[in-house]
Design a protein around this ligand. Sequence first.
Ligand code: KG4
Ligand code: ZN
Length: 328
Amino acid sequence: MIILAIESTADETAICLLKDGKDILKHQVASSLELHKKTKGIVPEISARAHLENIFPMLFDLKKEFDFGKIDKIAVAVGPGLQGSLIVGVEVAKFLAYCYKKPIIAVNHLQAHLFANFISSQKPQLPAVGLVVSGGHTDLVIIDKKLKIKRLGSTRDDAVGEAFDKVARILLHASYPGGPEIDKVFCENREKFNKKIVARPMLNSKDYDFSFSGLKTSVNYMLGGYNNIDIAVDFQRAVVEILLKKTNRAFKNFHAKSIIVGGGVSANSFLREEFTNNFKNSVHFPPKCLSIDNGATIASAAYYLPYEVELNKLKAISGLTIDQSPIN
Ligand code: KG4
Ligand code: ZN
């Protein structure tokens, strides 16, 4: 089973050829990040135009090396994401499916972040708690043995990646994305500062929801009182403490057998360290290159959750949530 997957939900244009859900035959990602540096955040129209410029050269290159007749299915992320960006991927996927007479599989981008963990030879055991931590979303779910996904909780305001980006901008004058900058500063300074100074919103609430807007405000209150590096260190500790506590609560209450983490923030070094210390072999992370947006995660989701759609019914759904089917 060879799946050609297309990803274009935000600033990454990506394609992937995945064989039998485990062998990555081709993996290509082009980012329009550089174009968003000046604005310190993604500008939707610039991102959509960059997808248009990137996608066809990528596919033409692939076609030189690989016979498209051998592809079994075309998969595409239909949402959530930026509408203009999504449309590019969806329409290109339709065009390919029409030309090569292949079935088309619609993929929920958030579910795909979790399925990045299924490409590995060590498959997560089910039921599993899934934690998606990305630039636009923070969701905690339970995945049952039939791969049915139920949402347990989400952020009530900002996504965790968004908080990383904004706090990095305030404290480090970082450009987008700020998460890796905070992570770097944390690694270089964690031994020097271990006071708890910023708030841990909803840490003890008896639910599975999160709030990162309050944490951002709390960072603002600390400005001037502490140096910015120290605030950044405690910010990263606070985020990981909150994510760990809520995930642990779900793991215990649902008697889950494993934990799978996905999305850009799952590349965070302290998150990986703390989750691994706590959950040992039960926790799964994708390789860092599959934490951020890419085509392999989309192909893997399409392999395990094959939502086949009629060509003329395929559409971009910018507001899709993690527990929704990508066809409606
Ligand atoms: O999943 P993703 O690539 O795109 C979305 O679907 O949103 O996630 C991007 C987010 C950005 O907010 C970025 O700052 C964050 O992932 N990120 C990190 C790290 N690497 C990327 N956050 C914290 N630590 C990192 N090492
Ligand atoms: Zn993503």
